[in-house]
Ligand binder design. Sequence first.
Ligand code: 0L1
Ligand code: MG
Length: 258
Amino acid sequence: MEELGRIADWIFQHQRQAQEMGRVTDRWPGLTVEDAYRIQELVVDRMVADGDRVVGWKMGLTSAAKQRSMGVAEPIYGRLTAAMELSEPVLHLAGTIHPRVEPELAFVFKRSLGGPSVRPRDVWLATECVLPAFEIIDSRYQNFSFTLIDVVADNASGCRFYVGDQGYAPYAARWDEVGVVVTKNGEVVQTGAGAAVLGHPVQSVVTLVRMLDRIGAQIEAGMVVLTGGITEAVHLAAGDRVDIGFEGLGTIPLRVVT
Ligand code: 0L1
Ligand code: MG
């Protein structure tokens, strides 16, 4: 539909210029969730046409609390591109609006994974390693205020991500039991455990694969999947130092600079 392309152009411009926008659903009423995912895809097509590359997927709204606050029973997914990946844990605020950080576990795949009936053991067999990671979310909507359709169209608030250097075998830990402590400027601001992500991060991958199957997509070999925030997202400002400690797996020190 031509209209979806126009909406994608509009969102793409706001994302590229890191400019706040009003809700898509106010400007274009009547959109469905399927329309929103198609808009998301069209926005990412525009990034790719500009020289970027899709490198994976992210899951959002994976905690019961976030799903309740949005009135939904299912998480959402977004697309990760090469330009979104940080090569070191330093966030430059230029190019962001009101960023927040979420601790996450990333799965990296050695084999493609798709289909409507994937199970956790299929995920383990396809996974090369699991790594501590963080995601920077940065909704383009004013005041981080949106409906489900808005946030899906805006690539699930995806902005940047960082994946740690040390990968772990899929069987190295009970990922639901891995504790996380987030310290901002020396003060503990969030704690959580992997179980906050749909009960177990592997369930997040299972859910993603089943959702992707509805649009004929899958996880490709070499892709990274961010499974979802383990704690509430933490607001970031220039000069912040945020240490994201993953029990038994090390700490990622994030610095925020102008
Ligand atoms: O990655 C996330 O969980 C974010 C999903 C979108 C909702 C938000 O921006 O808080
Ligand atoms: Mg996230």
